[in-house]
Each structure stands twice: as structure tokens, then as C-alpha cells.
Design a protein around this ligand. Structure first.
Ligand code: XMP
Length: 506
């Protein structure tokens, strides 16, 4: 495996994803919390950082642990750090070094730059520049403005680059990473979905033996893939619970439950609609809605989990981005965990936790799911928030509003699917606005509610753009909703990006 040491760069996860795309397993660890470096480690990458190496409180690391012990690739801050701490000099740059640049001079003999030609476009993003390198460092690439764009420490496997190979604007970034991983570190590129499935199933069998596991399914990709993996490992000892909170999409509970059963999962569907909607009645505040739904879910799930005799484990679909320990930029106090009272937790939360996907990124979960034979309609589903339609009905929630929103949402989503747009947007949904407006139907004046349509493109939900759906498609959806959904006489489209708006309205 490859260890990526994180110095706090916004691009660290992207480096890890690129390495994984090259079928090499890697892990991210904070620079100040080092993992064990045994002989499974084939190479080390130092990430960039928001800090300047010239700052007195900049992240520090003992280079002698790595240099000449492992192949080492320093990126941006990593490159500057290694230069500065080996006798070179880093100074603030006098010219703009942000954005696209082209490699002008390249040492074609360098294994790091194999297959990368002159003029190759790279992405720069740094405020400092390496002004001087030690005598035993060789520059292996330069741009017009950055003399030390890449260097090699003579007689070693330490390579450093000032630019970011992980962003797609660095056209040959993937080739460079492959050169480092395969030619310099000797990695085999055998981290594939098949290999993951095989080793994970073996590890789960070893870990769980004859124990029973209970797992909550949500209809989403992560919990579904986790369930199928666990099922292949321990079969009927996996007990799945799928709760209908009354806030799912139209007919979603029945359809998804059906497909789970088809996959052979041992799944219990629980209709708790009335319990959720009863507890939500009269609540308008978004955070109170979320808390209420969370509390009722725990109660319902705990009851259901109690029905499984002698259960020892709680299965969860946690994925890698949720468990990566982030570098604290506010000093050690920010990383102190609050103490919690285990005695007050519901029983299922006292179970041991098994998380078979906690080393995978989302796109890898999808690939593993596909390889496991889970059908595309489940794997390709848009993200859907845990509180479901509750946070898409602004204001208080009633069964009537839920029914109206389910109808409008179904028309919207079906049209996206039929037109081929469903797979082009990252997430889409309809929102029920607490606004009434005047309309006219036939000779009648109406005074009814408004539905807002939302569709966004995004990579991870952190930032998002509104999708430019064709006018004709929006017109068709609007007509169908207004003509078929009683209680709605107006449809609007949300053209806000995130930030400053959010994807959901609540
Ligand atoms: P926002 O609205 O913050 O949403 O831009 C980003 C992503 O998170 C989802 N989301 C939630 N998911 N529980 C969830 O499980 C929630 O309370 C919640 N709120 C937002 C949202 O659907 C989008 O994918």
C-alpha cells in the first residue's frame, strides 16, 4: 500500500482517489499521527498544505523516517518542505503561480516523467516558491516562471513536484502518478473490485464466525452494498431492517424491499409511517424535524433489533470519507473527543460495529456494488437525505402534503429518467413550498400550493451547480404536475448554486 501523509491540503482526498483509480491501495493519515510503517508500505506521498513552510507553526515531520527508507513523492508543500529542510531555500513568490502552466524543460531520462512531453499542462497552486535547492538535488522539470517545478534527490527514490498531479487540469498527472507508483515504488495495480470483494468476504468470515449481525438498510447505495457483502460472507446470520418512515418517495418502500428480497437478503420491512408522522405533527423547525426523525428511528430500530436473538454486531455502510481523520488546523484541543455516556445509549448502539466499506470512496462502493451484481437502478440512485421528504416540505408536515409531494416528485423523477437526464444530474428532487398563489383552471380561480423543482450537478455534494435542464423538459414536467397533482397550481425551478445556497431547502 501507499501512505499519503496529509498536511491539510484540500486536494489530499483527490490524491488518494487518483491512486486508487490506478488500482493501488492507499491510506490517508495526518502528518502528526503516523501509522505503522511495516513492509506492506511501498511508498509515501506528502500532500500540499494551506501553510507556508516559512510559518513558525507550519506542520513539521521528521524526514529521516522516510528519505531513503521508502520511495517518497512530495507534492507542493511536501516539495517545499523537503527542499527547505535539506538546505534549500523557499521564498514568497513574486509572480502569480496559480492555475495552468506548461512544462518547458523536462529531463526525459527521469523515471518520474516517463511518457510526459514538453509543453505538458500542469496545475499550480502555491504562494511560495523554491528559490534554491541543495547541491545533491537535480531539477527535472521547469515551467516559464517556476524553475524548480520538479526535482529529484540524487541517488534516492525521493521525487518532488511543485504542481498538483491529482487535479484533472494536470493533463499527464495520472501518468506521473502511475510512474511513481509502478516504476518507482513497484506497486502491482491489483487493487480491483474483485480483489476487494474476495479479501473482504474472507476477513468478514474470520471476524464474525457464527455471530449474528443486524444492519439498517436505507435504500441507498452504501447500506445496500454493505448488506450484500455481509450476506455473501455470513448468509442468514445477517438480519437486515428496512424502516418505512412515511417520508420516502412514492412506492419506494415496496419497490426497494422487493429488490432486497430478490437479492436474497434476510430483510424485515417495518411500517412505522404513523409513528413518524404522528411525532412530527406541528413541527416546522428543520433541526427539530431532523432530531425527531433521528430519535424515532432509533426507537423503531432498537425494537426491531431486539427481536433478533443473540445479536452481537451492528453492520454499517460507513464509507472512507466519513472516517478519514482530518488534520486539525486549530491545534490539539480541536481533536479532543467528548466523553459520552454509554449507559444511556439504546441497546443496539452498544453492539460491536462492523463496517465493511470503511476503506472505500463512493465511486469504489458503486464499482464493488456493480461487481457484486446489484442492479443499476440501485447503484445509480441519487443521494437521498435520511430525513427524506420531511426536509422537502417546508413548514409543518401533514400526510396530505406528503402525498402531494410524492406525486409531484414521481412525475419529476420519471421524466428525468425517460429523458436520460437522471444519470446526468447528481441529485434531483421536488420541494413543497408553504406558499399559496392564485391561478386559473378553466373558468375557476384557484389558490393553491407551489412545487419547486431542484436538480444539481456535483462531485461530492460539498459544492453544486444547478443543472441546466432543457426548457422543453421543464415545460413537460410542469404541465404534468399541474394537470395531475391536485393542490398544486404553480411549478418553479431553483437556479441557485451551492454555495451560497444549499442543495436542500431546509
Ligand atoms: P445540503 O442541503 O447541505 O446537502 O447542500 C448536501 C447533501 O446532504 C444531503 N443532506 C442530508 N442527508 N441527512 C442526510 O442523510 C440530512 O439531514 C441531510 N441534509 C442534507 C443532501 O440531500 C445532499 O445530498
Amino acid at each position: 500500500k501507499i501512505i499519503i501523509l496529509d498536511f491539510g491540503s484540500q486536494y489530499t482526498q483527490l490524491i488518494a482517489r487518483r491512486v486508487r483509480e490506478l488500482s493501488v491501495y492507499c491510506e490517508i493519515h495526518p502528518f502528526n499521527h503516523l501509522p505503522v510503517f511495516d513492509d506492506t508500505v511501498k511508498g509515501v506521498i506528502f500532500s500540499g498544505s494551506p501553510y507556508s513552510v516559512r510559518q513558525t507553526d507550519a506542520p513539521q515531520i521528521n524526514l529521516s523516517l522516510f528519505h531513503n527508507k521508502f520511495p517518497l513523492l512530495g507534492v507542493c508543500y511536501g516539495a517545499q518542505y523537503i527542499a527547505q529542510h535539506s538546505g534549500g531555500e523557499v521564498v514568497p513568490s513574486t509572480i502569480r503561480e496559480y492555475g495552468r502552466a506548461n512544462l518547458q524543460e523536462i529531463n526525459a531520462q527521469s523515471p518520474l516523467l516517463k511518457g510526459i512531453g514538453k509543453d505538458s499542462q500542469v496545475w499550480m497552486s502555491h504562494g511560495d516558491t523554491i528559490a534554491r535547492i541543495p547541491d545533491n538535488f537535480d531539477i527535472i522539470a521547469s515551467t516559464d516562471t517556476v524553475k524548480v517545478a520538479a526535482y529529484h534527490v540524487r541517488d534516492s527514490k525521493t521525487y518532488c513536484i511543485q504542481f498538483h498531479p491529482e487535479v484533472t487540469h494536470s493533463i499527464d498527472g495520472k501518468q506521473l502518478l502511475q510512474n511513481f507508483l509502478v516504476d518507482i515504488c513497484g506497486c502491482k495495480q491489483d487493487w480491483t473490485p474483485d480483489a476487494f470483494i474476495e479479501t473482504t468476504i474472507a476477513a468478514l468470515r474470520e471476524k464474525l464466525g457464527n455471530d449474528k449481525v443486524v444492519l439498517g438498510l436505507s435504500g441507498g447505495v452504501d447500506s445496500s452494498v454493505a448488506a450484500v457483502l455481509l450476506h455473501q460472507a455470513i448468509g442468514k446470520n445477517l438480519h437486515c431492517i428496512f424502516v418505512d418512515n412515511g417520508l420516502l418517495r412514492k412506492e419506494e418502500f415496496e419497490q426497494v424491499l422487493d429488490s432486497y428480497k430478490h437479492m436474497g437478503l434476510n430483510v424485515k420491512g417495518i411500517n412505522a409511517k404513523d409513528r413518524f408522522l404522528g411525532q412530527l405533527a406541528g413541527i416546522s423547525d428543520p433541526e427539530k424535524k431532523r432530531k425527531t426523525i433521528g430519535r424515532v428511528f432509533i426507537e423503531v430500530f432498537d425494537d426491531a433489533a431486539h427481536e433478533v436473538q443473540d445479536v452481537k454486531w451492528l453492520g454499517q455502510g460507513t464509507i472512507y470519507p466519513d472516517v478519514i481523520e482530518s488534520v486539525s488546523v486549530k491545534g490539539p484541543s480541536a481533536t479532543i473527543k467528548s466523553h459520552h455516556n454509554v449507559g444511556g445509549l439504546p441497546d443496539f448502539m452498544k453492539l460491536k460495529v462492523v463496517e465493511p466499506l470503511n476503506t472505500l470512496f463512493k465511486d469504489e462502493v458503486r464499482r464493488v456494488g456493480k461487481t457484486l451484481g446489484i442492479n443499476d437502478s440501485l447503484i445509480g440512485r441519487h443521494p437521498f437525505p435520511g430525513p427524506g421528504l420531511a426536509i422537502r416540505i417546508l413548514g409543518d408536515i401533514t400526510p396530505e402534503k406528503v402525498a402531494i409531494l410524492q406525486e409531484a416528485d414521481a412525475i419529476y423523477i420519471n421524466n428525468l429518467k425517460a429523458s436520460g437526464w437522471y444519470d446526468k444530474v447528481w441529485q434531483a428532487g421536488a420541494i413543497f413550498l408553504p406558499v399559496q398563489s392564485v391561478g386559473v383552471m378553466g373558468d375557476e380561480r384557484t389558490y393553491e400550493n407551489v412545487i419547486c423543482l431542484r436538480a444539481v450537478t456535483s462531485v461530492d455534494g460539498m459544492t453544486a451547480d444547478w443543472s441546466h435542464l432543457p426548457y422543453e423538459l421543464l415545460a413537460k414536467i410542469s404541465n404534468e404536475i399541474i394537470n395531475n397533482v391536485k393542490g398544486i397550481n404553480r411549478v418553479v425551478y431553483d437556479i441557485s448554486s451551492k454555495p451560497p445556497a444549499t442543495i436542500e431547502w431546509e
